[in-house]
Structure formats: C-alpha cells, structure tokens
Unconditional design. Sequence first.
Lengths: 118, 110
Amino acid sequence: EAGVAQSPRYKIIEKRQSVAFWCNPISGHATLYWYQQILGQGPKLLIQFQNNGVVDDSQLPKDRFSAERLKGVDSTLKIQPAKLEDSAVYLCASSVAWGPHQPGTEAFFGQGTRLTVV
Amino acid sequence: LAKTTQPISMDSYEGQEVNITCSHNNIATNDYITWYQQFPSQGPRFIIQGYKTKVTNEVASLFIPADRKSSTLSLPRVSLSDTAVYYCLVGATGGFKTIFGAGTRLFVKA
C-alpha cells in the first residue's frame, strides 16, 4: 500500500516570499491533516479536512497560511508571505476516519517538507 | 482537551524492556490513548492505541490502570533501531485537535 506522499522534501526561501506544499494521501482516506513541527517540538495540527471540507482550522494562521483540498483527495498548503518563524517541517497525514469514538483511526504521516526561511 | 506529561528522555541498553509512562489526569470518558513513534527526518508512526486495561500488538504493549489517569508503553527487548521520540496522545486519534507534547526521547545503547 502506498503511503502519504509529500513534495517537495526540502525548500529554502527568503522571508516575504511565498511557498506551497503538496500532499497526496493514502487512497480511500477521507481525513487529511497538515501539521507544523518546529525543531525539538511535537507536531502541531494546523488544519484538518474531511473529504474536501474543513473540520478544524483553529490553529492555522489565516493571515498568511491557506490550505485547500478541492476534490477531496490531494491537498496544498500555502504560506504567503513567509516569516522566519515559519521554518519547520510541514507534515501531511491521512486517516480512514476520525472521531473520539472510532478506534483504529490512526493517522499515517508522510515524510514531511522541511522549510527553511532565511 | 487532555494534556499529557511524559519524561523528556530515557536511556536503555539493547535487549532490555523499556517502559515509558504518560500522565493524563484529566482524560475524558470517551478519550482513547494513542502512542506514536518518530524517527529523525520522518513523520510519526502509529504504535498502539487503547482505552482500558491492556493492549498488545506485535510491536508493543500498552497498560492502562482502572482510573485511566496514566498509561505505560512497554517495548520488549529494545534494539538500537528503537532509538526515537515517543509521543503519548489522548483524545481522538490523529486529529480532532490532537495535541502532541514534546514526547520522550529514547536512546538505546549497545
């Protein structure tokens, strides 16, 4: 079974530039997540999609971050304009379903995109 | 949302059993306990999930006492390749405002 695919693996940009990350989840997974992981910290959820609808984006800095999942499959995360503090690994994950009463809804993560803002 | 507390780091030797305990005093009735493993330059990987008592799979065991205010991940006979960060999560798996703490850095020595 193919895993979660992300691209690019690495990206270096200057502050105030824009950048986009792409994610292809595991086939059949309705739920897709974007996480931000700063060096030395655990991943922080930015946004969660169920099919092509947003379930939770409360921790997404909406003044500069945006995400979409137009056809309920692939997703893109964009940062515009980037700041130095956006340097992190951006992880995409997917799961069959989600919810507090659904055991086995573990998330499968991609390898992430390491972003460096200089 | 239930907050979790884990040791920052642990050392072990190859072949030993490692137990990592996680405290989650304000766990809700409907919350599950999930553990993930993360190697450098990789995304986290699901290890095990449980609700109460004991759960075992091919990789680890998860012990949860009756009050569910803590849980212990047990890794039998660790090897060098088990060196990683281990995260304890409480709530719905993989989303629903999942909160990853700083995790426990396990270092297995030869």
